[in-house]
Write a protein that binds this ligand. Sequence first.
Ligand code: 13P
Ligand code: SF4
Length: 314
Amino acid sequence: MHDRIQEELQMNETYDTRNEILTLKEEHNATILAHNYQKPEVQDVADLVGDSLELSRAAASLDTEVIIFCGVDFMAETAAILSTQKRVVLPEKDAWCPMAHMITADQLCDLKRLYPEAAVVCYVNSTAEIKAESDICCTSANGLQVANSLSEKQIIFVPDRNLAAYIARHTDKEIIPWNGYCYVHDRFTAQEVLAARTEHPNAEVLVHPECRPDIIDLADFVCSTSGMGRHAKASTAREFIIGTEAGMVYRLKKENPEKQFCPLSKNAICKNMKKTDLTKVLQALQTLQPRVTVPEDIAFRARKAIERMLNVKI
Ligand code: 13P
Ligand code: SF4
């Protein structure tokens, strides 16, 4: 009985917080963007849930005064770089992507000196300083098209070694990778894939290109998080093993209630993506803080790399 009362109280509280969020959103002419790995309740109040490319495109084109970015630091920075007139708020100031911080601008400049002929492609999971030192940006949805759009034969690719390896396998360009990685995707093991296949023999295995090459070799499809969404809808398969952050499964189940989705590992959790909750979204709308800004000299150069990517056809 006590548990039921607690549960009801919590449901009422969530209901009230949700309503306050929706009211304040209207008042501030704000848009809530959420990455596919965000908690279910955060995804449910968002105007758009998507992958990094979709969210960057939205940030660039939205007609709104405030963007509440439910994701991690580099995503909010990208939105701030693309939309100087808008106020970009990251509800949890400590939501950061460890991979984005695995290379510094000085390290990238050293690499550029070693390979003066190479173009520099940075994965969007990078700091604004790295984007400012790059020729073009890419996401997991367009990395290959971005690499192939360049005239240079040699490409420095930072910071993700796994996405670099994936692109290197599918292009004639010489890819010079940086040794960064995402701890969530890099931890998947071949044993986990084989065990999942034994348990779900009819399932399709979808994995993210941030996974290691041995995992990619065992998969049926390799795609960005929203690519997984599109594939799951279009496929005739009824069951899917999802090789990315486990939060992705919520959206897939919601959009395809008649299909089964199983995370490749329940432990594949990005701690920083999960730091944002409804209370923090509400506080962000009440205070319009913490605001994310990028110094204009860096933003100016980073913007060129991001806009160049947005012009690549996929
Ligand atoms: P996408 O959603 O762009 O595929 O990226 C995955 C990711 O790890 C974002 O941090
Ligand atoms: Fe960074 Fe990996 Fe988390 Fe994405 S899932 S934000 S790449 S640590």
